[in-house]
Design a protein around this ligand. Structure first.
Ligand code: NDP
Ligand code: MG
Length: 383
């Protein structure tokens, strides 16, 4: 029986992980659950999964029947919970840089880390990977592309990869022209063609920022330089990513676009379990197509590559400005096209510094957010 702390329990990844736990009651147990403000959602999960501990960012009144659970409150509640409450694994599925501290603390407390929270690697990849090495902590990717690459590398044994190829659905606006992309509405952007996910990552998919963040994530997880990480548009989302080797051979991992695949793979690693999803039916696949990403219409991918090549706090600035601009877009305060403008502005405006500590990361994040707010305001954002 493996006990798992689920950080981001009420979200898209968290609830899908809990669905798998429910299917395998003798094999997994949700020992701790963390969320931000969805107290009603967390109470319902706590009643169903009976964890030892729960954490909420926003403090609230706890119902009598849940008072026997250990409760943690505040901005660092997930961090304290993951440090203090024993479990074998921690599924880190908080969205944004807000999850970085809990990833570091999960490693510090020697838990096996199932990592969905890509922004933790984008902003703190150097610190996270160094700590994981030092603590001999197993870090398993949950992001589908990185899970695919991890599986391909495992299948390749000792052969080192020469190139990683990340596939990308292209997002909801893949075929749109530049002017239409600029003024896409929230509901148009959230209509992702192949994956059902939280709102922030779905916006990132439409801008191709998600793929940019994933390039940086792949760099940290697999130690590959930006020049050896390619992105290819693959609208069917059947090939989850690929690895090329010295002789030109390419290994790919395929499956239906269902996040329970990579989540269950990380949970059951080194084994595999059935999560009950539909099997890939090759006779029904009419075509698998591939295309070059268009960074003219989707410049965020280019900004992410540049930030990775620049190094230091550049990826933190990219991420902080993006989080700020995406939140403003989702609140209906700014245009979709302003996300790329705010990120570009912040990257040019903020001084790039080396990262020596977690504090360096949060300082750069704050500068980037302020720069993004300034730019959005200048562009006519309503608040
Ligand atoms: P959601 O928005 O659906 O869920 C986010 C979760 O994080 C919620 O449970 C939320 O709680 C919680 N949360 C937010 N801030 C905090 C905080 N400070 N402390 C504790 N909990 C917090 O996001 P997703 O599940 O879509 O994504 C989670 C992560 O996984 C992201 O980094 C994303 O990029 C990555 N990912 C997601 C995929 C997907 O299919 N969804 C695919 C690949 C990667 P509350 O509900 O209370 O707000
Ligand atoms: Mg992904």
């Amino acid at each position: 029986m493996r006990s798992i702390a689920i950080l981001g329990a009420t979200g898209s990844i968290g609830t899908q992980a809990l669905d798998i736990i429910e299917k395998y009651p003798g094999r997994f147990r949700a020992s701790a659950l963390a969320a931000a403000s969805d107290s009603r959602g967390l109470f319902a999960l706590a009643r169903k999964f009976r964890p030892d501990a729960c954490a909420l960012v926003n403090e609230c009144e706890i119902p009598d029947d849940l008072k026997h659970i250990s409760w943690f409150f505040g901005a660092d509640s997930a961090r304290r919970m993951v440090s203090q409450v024993p479990s074998d694994d921690a599924l880190c599925a908080v969205v944004g840089i807000a999850g970085l501290g809990a990833v570091l603390d999960a490693i510090d407390s020697c838990k096996r880390v199932l990592l969905a929270n890509k922004e933790a690697l984008v902003t703190g990849g150097g610190l996270v990977m160094e700590k994981a090495r030092r603590k001999k902590c197993e870090l398993l990717p949950v992001d589908s592309e990185h899970s695919a690459i991890f599986q391909c590398l495992k299948a390749a044994g000792d052969n080192a990869p020469s190139r990683l190829i990340l596939t990308c659905s292209g997002g909801a606006l893949r075929t749109w022209d530049k002017d239409r992309i600029d003024t896409a509405t929230v509901s148009e952007v959230l209509a992702h063609p192949t994956w059902r996910m939280g709102s922030k990552i779905t916006v990132d998919c439409a801008s191709l920022m998600n793929k940019g963040l994933e390039v940086i994530e792949a760099h940290h997880l697999f130690g590959m330089p930006a020049e050896k990480i390619d992105v290819v548009i693959h609208p069917q989302s059947v090939i989850h990513s690929m690895v090329e080797f010295e002789d030109g051979a390419v290994l790919a991992q395929l499956g239906n676009p269902d996040m329970r695949g990579p989540i269950s793979y990380a949970m059951a690693h080194p084994g595999r379990i059935s999560y009950g999803g539909a099997r890939l039916d090759f006779k029904k696949l009419s075509a698998l197509t591939f295309d070059e990403p268009d960074t003219g219409r989707f410049p965020c991918l280019k900004y992410a590559y540049n930030a990775l090549k620049t190094g230091g706090t550049a990826p933190v600035i990219l991420n902080g400005a993006n989080e700020e601009a995406v939140a403003s877009f989702l609140r209906g305060k700014s245009r979709f096209g302003d996300i790329a403008r705010a990120v570009d502005y912040a990257l040019n405006k903020c001084e790039i510094k080396p990262i020596n500590s977690e504090e360096d990361i949060y300082a750069a994040d704050q500068y980037a957010r302020q720069a993004a707010r300034d730019k959005l305001k200048a562009l006519g954002a309503e608040d």
